[in-house]
Ligand binder design. Sequence first.
Ligand code: ADE
Length: 384
Amino acid sequence: MRIDVLTIFPDYLAPLGLSLAGKARDKGLIDVRVHDLRAWTTDRHRTVDDTPYGGGAGMVMKPEPWGAAFDELLADGDATVVFTTPSGRPFTQAVARELATKERLVFACGRYEGIDQRVLDEVATRAEVREISLGDYVLNGGEVAALAITEAVVRLVPGFMGNAESLVEESHEDGLLEYPVFTKPATWRDREVPPVLLSGDHGAIAAWRRDQAVRRTAERRPDLAHASVLLEDVEIRPAEPADAGELYVLQLACWVAEQHDNPGVRIPALHETYDDLRSWLARDTVLVARSAGRLVGAVRASLDDEEWEIGRLMVAPDLAGRGLGRTLLERIEALAPGGATSYTLFTGAGSLRNQRIYKKAGYRLRPGEPIPGAVRMTKRIGPR
Ligand code: ADE
């Protein structure tokens, strides 16, 4: 693979000669050429920027040096041109995989307020153009982004990594973050390596790692993996009368923790009888989640005037933190009848974790104390 980098700070790209990219270069897998854009200026001051048409702060990179540089570099043959810019599409492992299949990449590192748009439009008539952002923050220029993209791409070029498995097993390759890793010694500063990793049971180790990866992803990056991936074996369906017994047990187990967070508060879910539960099960809209036959979650809702009142959202403690609660909430929200204008739910004034989860899901605290020790949270239902 040939990689050209166009920049006004060629020294910034020095790390390309080191580390992974340097190794790939030594193996002859990549040919990196860094170019100073000012080599294509024609004035005494080697000017690359000018004031923006239409006014505003900052400077814009002039089209002429870029045009001349591309004329020369693209004359060497087909290339994919990557403009690194905060207004580009996000760089992801999937984009890295795709770029790794290209014969030739040309990075164009913008500075200041960016490059005159006509450069991008004109280059797009003769090469494949990508505008790529490293993330939702603004760097001083595109050089660091070009470095980061190069490093992520080069290690995927066939022949670069000795051990292809280590590519497959890392963060983002299967849509999940990587599980935590450990090495010797087995005890360090009184901290033990999880015993399963010392068990020699490869099936158990694989299951533990998958579980850890799923938990991490659900906690840190719920946007990454769809809930169905995180909860592969969980089935969510409308409750049936036969679910009542297990539901009663799960409810009691879940609300004991609530009682700890809300001492002295009388929590209805802890005080109702089995018959009480059976009657709301028959009356309300109730969803249950099952995993390997076991009841692991539930939620209920009913229409009160124009409010879709959601309650009894529960998840078995061993499955907490995987996004099941969020999924159940989304599913029950989706079942709100046409006449409902908002979702409402109640939780303990001391249940701060619940409140955080609901806030994340778009709920806002309503003033007042509708029930002693409880808070009410609502969310408007948008157009459907
Ligand atoms: N140039 C400045 N900020 C950038 C970003 N976030 N990604 C890519 N290039 C940039």
